[in-house]
Ligand binder design. Structure first.
Ligand code: MG
Length: 335
């Protein structure tokens, strides 16, 4: 690549198909940032829960400076020179750098990483919190094989029961840190009766001992940490306390640290769910290139967005079809 690279960015406003309600709150739009590094594309998701804003991401990007060096193929060296701060902005740069890398070498990212797209697990589809009958209707209409049900409200058992009544699909629940230890211990065995696969982030962030205690109860439902996990260091800190972790590029600060987090988890006997925030096809397709390494996949972001300006990852029901174009393989959509 050689010489200085040109970093630029622009607002990437995303409108959701329906209001997205989870235990943290509700929203119907996201103001993400599109990151461009020469021909490379990346995305930074402004997730308020992680303290990220569009303005904060752009402020970070404007302070990056010339860190690219003479040989940007030295991805690890270049990324080490990134200033501390916004994980989403760092992810945007990391993704754009990987995209430029692949484009210049003429290969899709998964091939550069030596990964087999035939090994990508089926993705779940998210059902946000609503009245139980509305949630059940969504599941019935979608007719997909795996759902992630958002819980952490007053009607959790009713919602799962209503959905189970209309589908034999694999069901996962995500409490988004919405339960106390007592609530979790009371609800998990009741929810397990509906044949769930796993429960995500039952307890507030930071309560590692609570997770360890819940896991020791042996409710027969694997426990995954999401909001508690950002980097490989966090994965290591949860050894023995969880059955799985949820890895997202916007938490790790990009692909390099996501790879380290995935391998750290596996070394500790922890399973990995690869997931995304509400992102366009840029961020989600970048993540999908790592999916062959993961046991579980939750990459439905673009399906929730009404105005995705890009095409990349495609869906055949719950099956992910990775693009073969060089880099992350994302193109501008023909509007
Ligand atoms: Mg989650």
């Amino acid at each position: 690549m050689g010489g200085m690279m040109n970093l630029s960015w622009e607002a990437l406003p995303l409108e959701l198909r329906t209001t997205f309600r989870i235990a943290h709150g509700a929203s119907d739009r996201r103001d993400n940032v599109l990151v461009c590094l020469d021909e490379g594309l990346g995305e930074a998701a402004a997730v308020a829960y992680h303290g990220e804003t569009q303005a904060g991401i752009m402020a970070y990007l404007s302070g990056v400076g010339d860190i690219w060096g003479d040989d940007p193929y030295l991805l690890e060296d270049v990324l080490t020179r990134l200033p501390a701060g916004s994980a989403a902005a760092r992810a945007g740069i990391d993704i754009a750098l990987h995209d430029a890398w692949g484009k210049r070498l003429g290969q899709p990212l998964y091939r550069l990483l030596g990964l087999n797209p035939a090994r990508i697990p089926l993705t779940s589809f998210t059902i946000a919190m609503a009245e139980p009958e509305v949630m059940a209707e969504q599941a019935r209409e979608a007719g997909l094989p795996i759902y992630k049900i958002k819980v952490g409200g007053a009607q959790d058992v009713a919602a799962v029961a209503a959905i189970r009544a209309v589908t034999a699909a694999r069901l996962r629940v995500d409490a988004n840190a919405g339960w106390s230890r007592e609530q979790a211990a009371a609800l998990i065995p009741r929810l397990a009766d509906y044949g769930l696969e796993l429960v995500e982030q039952p307890l507030p962030v930071g309560d590692i001992e609570g997770l360890r205690w819940l896991k020791a109860q042996g409710f027969g439902l694997p426990i995954f940490a999401d909001e508690s996990i950002k980097t490989a260091w966090d994965v290591a800190a949860h050894a023995g306390a969880v059955d799985g972790v949820v890895i997202k590029l916007m938490k790790t600060g990009g692909i390099r640290e996501a790879l380290r987090a995935i391998h750290t988890a596996h070394a500790l006997g922890i399973q990995v769910m690869l997931s995304c925030m509400i992102e366009s096809s840029v961020g989600v397709t970048a993540a999908a290139h790592l999916a062959p390494l993961c046991e579980f996949v939750d990459l439905d972001g673009p399906l929730l967005v009404r105005n995705d300006p890009f095409v990349g990852l495609r869906y055949d029901g719950a099956r992910l079809l990775l693009p073969d174009a060089p880099g992350i393989g994302v193109l501008a959509a023909i509007q």
